[in-house]
Design a protein around this ligand. Structure first.
Ligand SMILES: *Cc1c(COP(=O)(O)O)cnc(C)c1O
Length: 452
């Protein structure tokens, strides 16, 4: 399987006759971003066979994951892949029924209580595999609006040949999120940036594109721009579908599913689009955003207008320039009409988010986190009266500051959070300035290249 850059796609008319630069999976994973600054895309999506779908309702998570992985990863023996997958996804992924047509796929049973564990844990194991095989070292740069940083930090913690630099926006993440990523130490370096998430993301992009730095150290990204993080996110779209088949007691030929995806950088939704390309019967995607409704607006107007993100109670989705949009555009050949056929989008205000948390709690006793609540609110707005699976992206305890006042009840901390609540912060406060960050990486912490 070969990968190209969204900045130089084979499908693009302007590039006809031009040479397309392809890389293999290993390079796409370790490099993160293409050399021309674009995002890696596979040249095609391997189609899963009919029998796979027919039997899917009986399959365990790792079996589904293995089948999909094999289509993309050709240079790792199957038994190694299987080991990595079983180890990475050693937690449950239950589908819960909320009411007649509303289902929630809980993606937060991993160590950091958010769906980003899927991408981070799989990617860490893959990178570790390749680096060990090649006796190489690597520096990972990751910008985070909260959950990515903790998932990546925890996913890579303790790996001796990988150093991780986490850039997070000062005072714009919750206390618990900060604890999850800034108390680890060892190979995890937390940089608290005086700026917002978009600043962090911009810094990360600049660092990754820095020629001088690249000559001295091996650099890669762990943001959702890394294809290695997207791939494992496509697994649970299949697994959620499998569980819905079981719950509805229907055969796969009879069911097309509707997925509603709380979105910020749109990695999660892009993974869903990939699952559909691979053969998952999806009738409709609902893109749910908070007030940062860049993509719903694009679907409405056909114009993509990025802007400075605004702060909401679903802070992991406070993104004003969603990085995976380039991939979505590529998948629909730059045509908004094609995108509209598969995706509808809704922006949800904080007020609506709170009302949703309150109503669902009152009616069912189920406690939603703000991000999942955005998804539920968008599913309601869609007026679709068929089974919808809303992806539940975080455990409510992670966002208890926002949730507890709404439901007038304390949320008890799961064991994963109890463990870290009293640990001391080990972050470095830095200016929103690329030279400063670069200096820290080079002088203090970075793994210097073997050859340097
Ligand atoms: C990151 C995150 C999202 C948004 O996911 P994207 O892939 O960036 O669209 C939603 N909810 C939570 C809890 C998150 O951490």
């Amino acid at each position: 399987m070969k990968f190209y850059s969204t900045n130089n796609p084979p499908s693009h008319k302007a590039t006809e006759g031009k040479k397309i630069h392809f890389v293999d999976f290993r390079t796409a994973l370790l490099q993160g971003l293409a050399l021309d600054g674009g995002l890696f895309m596979p040249e095609r999506f391997p189609k899963l066979n009919k029998k796979f779908l027919k039997d899917i309702s009986k399959k365990e998570f790792w079996k589904i994951a293995l089948e999909i992985s094999k289509g993309f990863i050709k240079d790792i023996p199957e038994r190694e892949l299987k080991k990595m997958l079983k180890d990475a996804f050693n937690f449950e992924v239950p589908l819960k029924k909320i009411n007649e047509n509303l289902y929630i796929l809980e993606l937060w049973h991993g160590p950091t209580l958010a769906f980003k564990d899927f991408g981070a844990r799989f990617m860490a194991r893959l990178m570790n595999y390749y680096l060990r095989r090649e006796k190489e070292k690597l520096n990972i740069i990751v910008a985070t609006s909260g959950d990515t940083g903790s998932a990546v930090a925890q996913g890579f913690y303790g790996l001796s040949n990988i150093k991780v630099f986490v850039l997070y926006p000062s005072k714009r993440i919750t206390a618990l999120q900060e604890k999850q990523m800034a108390t680890l130490g060892k190979n995890i370096v937390s940089l608290e940036v005086k700026g917002n998430f978009d600043d962090c993301q911009k810094l990360a992009k600049q660092i990754l594109a820095d020629k001088d730095l690249k000559e001295k150290i091996n650099l890669s990204s762990a943001n959702s721009i890394n294809f290695g993080r997207l791939l494992p996110q496509s697994f649970y779209y299949f697994y959620g579908y499998a569980q819905l088949l079981n719950k509805l007691k229907v055969k796969s030929e009879k069911l097309k599913v509707i997925y509603c995806v709380p979105s910020g950088n749109f990695g999660n939704l892009t993974a869903g689009l990939m699952a559909k390309q691979m053969g998952l019967p999806v009738k409709q995607f609902i893109a749910a955003t908070n007030a940062n409704d860049i993509v719903p607006q694009y679907l409405r107007t056909g114009k993509f207008v990025s802007r400075v993100s605004c702060k909401t109670i679903s802070n992991a989705m406070d993104v004003g320039n969603p990085s995976n949009f380039a991939r979505m555009l590529e998948m629909f050949h730059g045509d908004v009409k094609q995108m509209r056929r598969e995706i509808i989008g809704f922006g949800v205000s904080d007020k609506q988010t709170r009302e949703t948390i309150k109503n669902v709690y009152r009616k069912t006793g189920y406690i939603l986190d703000p991000h999942t609540a955005v998804g539920i609110a968008a599913a309601r707005k869609s007026n679709i009266l068929q089974p919808i699976i809303v992806l539940s992206t975080a455990h409510p305890a992670k966002f208890r500051e926002a949730v507890e006042p709404v439901i007038s009840k304390k949320i008890s901390l799961p064991p994963q959070l109890k463990k870290i609540i009293n640990k001391a912060k080990k972050a470095t406060l830095v200016e929103n300035n690329v030279e400063t960050v670069k200096r820290i990486i080079l002088e203090k912490y970075g793994h210097i290249k073997k050859t340097a």
